[in-house]
Structures are given as C-alpha cells and as structure tokens.
Design a protein around this ligand. Sequence first.
Ligand SMILES: Nc1ncnc2c1ncn2[C@@H]1O[C@H](COP(=O)(O)OP(=O)(O)OP(=O)(O)O)[C@@H](O)[C@H]1O
Ligand SMILES: [Mg+2]
Length: 316
Amino acid sequence: MADLEDHIRHKRELVIALMGKGGTGKTFISLGLIQSLKRLGLKMIVADADSNRSLSRYLSYHYLGYGEKELQELPLITGSEKDFYEFHGLSSEQTYRKFYNTPFHEVKKFSITPTDSFTKKYVKTLSDELALMSVGTSALRMEELYSNRCSHATLNPLKAWLALCTNGAVVLDCGGGEDSGRFGLPIGTHVVVVVVEATPDSVAISEDIRAIDEELGIPVVYVLNKCLNHFPEVEAFESKYSDRIVGKIPFMPSIYGKNPLDVFDQVERISTQILERILSQKLSSPEERWERVLRWQDRLQEQRELMKTQPFSFVS
Ligand SMILES: Nc1ncnc2c1ncn2[C@@H]1O[C@H](COP(=O)(O)OP(=O)(O)OP(=O)(O)O)[C@@H](O)[C@H]1O
Ligand SMILES: [Mg+2]
C-alpha cells in the first residue's frame, strides 16, 4: 500500500471513474475499491451516475437500511445547477461562460475533507468516512422531459465538481456503455478504469470507450473481469494493453449475484492490488483535469457557433 499511503500523506485527491459495457462488473469493482480505500481511513464520496442506481441501492441499504422509497428521496446532483453557480458567485448565463474561462489557480475548489457547503447539500452521509452522491434516474424528470436543453447539460455541475474536488477520494460509477464518455462525464477524473468482461463483445465496446476517453485526454486503465473461457479477441486485447491492465479477476461463482458488500473478504486482496496498480500509473494533475473541462466547454461553444451559421439540411 506504499503508493496509496504516500498519496494520502500528501493530502492529494483521487478521482476514479468506472466505465464498461453493461453487466461487466463496474458496480461490483466500484464497491471493492470503495472498501479498500475505506480500510485506509480515506474520506470518500461515491458518485453513482448509473440510472439503474445499483451502487446507491447497495450502499444506502447496507449503511442506512434504505428501500426504494428512500432512494427516490436522495438529493440529486443533476438538480444542483443554481446552487453550483451560486457557490462560485455566479448567477447568469453570461457569468456561466466566465466560469468556464477561469484558470485553475483562480477557480474555487470543492472539498471532501472538510466538506464544503455545496458538496454537503448534495451528498448523503453513510458513515464517518463515506458519503453518497446520486445522479438519479432521468425517468419522468419533468424539467428534462420538457426542456429545450440537452439532458446531459444537467451533468455540467458534476463534471466540474469532479475536476475541482480536493482532499479525499471519489469513486464514480458511470453506468454501462460509451454514452457517458460522449457526454464528457469523466472528463475531470484522474483516470478511467474500463471494466472489460473477458468476451469479444465487451472487448469491442471497451475499444470505443478508450477511443473517446483518449480523445478527451483522460488516462485509461483496464480491469479484465469474469475471466473464464479463452477467446482469441481477449488474448489479443491482453497482449496489446498488458501495461495498462491493472487487474484480472476470474469468474467467481461464489460471488455471482451477491451483495458485493457481503463478499468483500473474497475480493479484498485483488481490489487492493488494483488500487495500487492504478496509483502506479501516470495520473492527471489537478491542473490537467480542469484544463480538460475548459477545453471541452470551448469545443461545445465552437460547435454552437457553427450550428448557428449552418442552415439545417437533410443528408441524402
Ligand atoms: N468476477 C466475477 N465473478 C462472478 N460474478 C461476477 C464477477 N464480477 C461481477 N459479477 C456479477 O456480475 C453481475 C453484474 O455485475 P455488476 O452489477 O457489478 O455489473 P455492472 O457493470 O455494474 O452492470 P450494469 O451495467 O448493469 O450496472 C452481478 O451479478 C455480479 O455479482
Ligand atoms: Mg452497475
């Protein structure tokens, strides 16, 4: 654990996002990493951005005895825009643009330890060292259903928060597929862990995810999960990315379908190894994380301007 303890001693933050095809084991591995980080006494926020809310369900049931009704009542970061810009002393659309022009050393940071007022409002405390941030499901969120803005714009506060949070760890479960990458959700993280089930389909989707994340400039590592059969596509993947595979987990029938928090003892060693290997990779600096957000916003702005000048046409 030398790398990790070193990281903590220097009071740095660690923001990890998990991506991958649906059902590959993102939530399971997130929970393993959370438990390993927790054993080190590191204060942590778990951000659940999957609309299936598995991570929120497991954690809130385990720590608070919550059921579906209470789950629906968790504060949602997607509804935080007004508070977010108020925290930064901004109030109008014009100052929103100003926010995305603020250099790293001037922009106000968020803090996990101690928790700043914005973060406190949008997390649910689970224990002394653990809190849950929920993105929630978009099902019947009226302001999105009848909005003329793209619904992923509601993720802007979360994207910037991930880039600007300090003094603690964040584990973000992005949900299945490459969509969250196309929305730029993990743009402010240190690293994306792509969970690859050892099958040809999952390998193919992980290539899409890597291509998007690399275009955005986010470091990518892999965990190969549920290794059971031998496929040539998986073997080719393994030799191509051997330096970036931070863990290999066999298919373990004894954990399948179980609450990961109840079977942590079976995966503790491998989770801790994965964490150590993640930290041994070259991770982004805080400045790099924020610069990526600014670059992304610039590109969006350029695109908006372009759309204004180009008349709509059907592609034949
Ligand atoms: N190494 C493993 N061995 C056996 N079962 C596993 C392993 N990893 C995960 N599982 C099981 O696979 C199923 C899917 O895992 P999990 O829910 O973590 O995937 P996910 O990627 O988060 O899925 P989704 O995209 O639906 O959110 C669960 O039943 C889990 O118990
Ligand atoms: Mg999941």
